[in-house]
Structures are given as C-alpha cells and as structure tokens.
Design a protein around this ligand. Structure first.
Ligand SMILES: [Zn+2]
Length: 155
C-alpha cells in the first residue's frame, strides 16, 4: 500500500511539472511571413521578417503574454500583413483579446504593424523617447507614453 501511495504522489508531482510547461495541445503557427512559438505557459514568441537593403531578409522577434482571455503584445510584426496574421491568430486560436501593444523601440521591426493594432482599437504604449523618435521618422506613432515604468495587467 505505501508503494501505491508513493506512486500516486509521484504521478501528481509529474503531472504538476507537466502543467507548468508549455500549454498542452499548442500548435505552433507557421507561414511564409510569420511564426509563433510558445516558450512558457503564458509567453509566446512571434517572428516576422523585414526586408532591408543592408542585411537582406532579417528575422524580427516579439512577444505575446497571454492569460485568462487577455494578452499584451511586445513589438508589432515587421509588416502589416504579418500583423493581421498575428492578431487573427491571437483572437481565433489563442482565444485572447489583445488589450495593448508595447513597441520597445521606434524601428520598423517594432512599429510597422501599429496601424493594424490601432484599426482594431488596441492601445499602444511606448517610452516617451520612443514616441519622439517615431514622430521624427514618418513611422506610425504609439499613442500613450510613459517615462520609466508601465504596469499592464493581463488576465
Ligand atoms: Zn530595430
């Protein structure tokens, strides 16, 4: 009997470990322009591609943090079409409502998809200095600025 109890405890422990890993049944997204991989239970990496004169086709990574039906995206994909794919994926497959996007700097690899986020009434937040640089570069400008810290609740 103690052996059965020990096995039951071990199974519970293993099950507990498994539930802290990537979400069971997650299907990575892959297209020519965008891929999405799960890296932890609530964090996904999105990768899109920017065509540059100096370096050719450059992979650009961003992040999705999702929990309990909500998500925040860090950096937009590098194109409008990849952004449409990402937002359709989060809505239809992850089944979360993206409540905010946070570009980490003002280059196209982080802000190129902002117009699509704004079109879907998703608020954008960035450092005040990022907003100033975006405004001077003909990029779409993030809507709300913060000085040092920003706390966004997900879920
Ligand atoms: Zn950049």
């Amino acid at each position: 009997m103690p052996l059965v109890r020990a096995l039951a405890c071990l199974l519970l422990l293993l099950n507990g470990c498994r539930s802290s890993g990537p979400k069971q049944g997650f299907v990575p997204y892959q297209s020519v322009t965008l891929s999405i991989q799960q890296v932890s239970p609530h964090v996904y990496r999105h990768t899109s591609f920017l065509q540059t004169n100096s370096f050719g086709r450059v992979a650009c990574n961003g992040m999705i943090v999702a929990d309990a039906g909500e998500a925040v995206v860090f950096d937009t994909p590098a194109t409008d079409s990849a952004t449409v794919e990402l937002l359709n994926y989060t809505e239809r497959v992850l089944k979360v409502r993206v409540k905010a996007v946070v570009p980490t700097h003002f280059h196209a690899d982080c802000v190129a998809g902002l117009a699509e986020f704004h079109r879907r009434r998703i608020r954008s937040y960035a450092l005040i200095s990022t907003i100033a640089l975006a405004a001077g570069s003909q990029a779409v400008v993030p809507q709300r600025g913060f000085a040092e810290r920003l706390a966004l609740r997900v879920g």
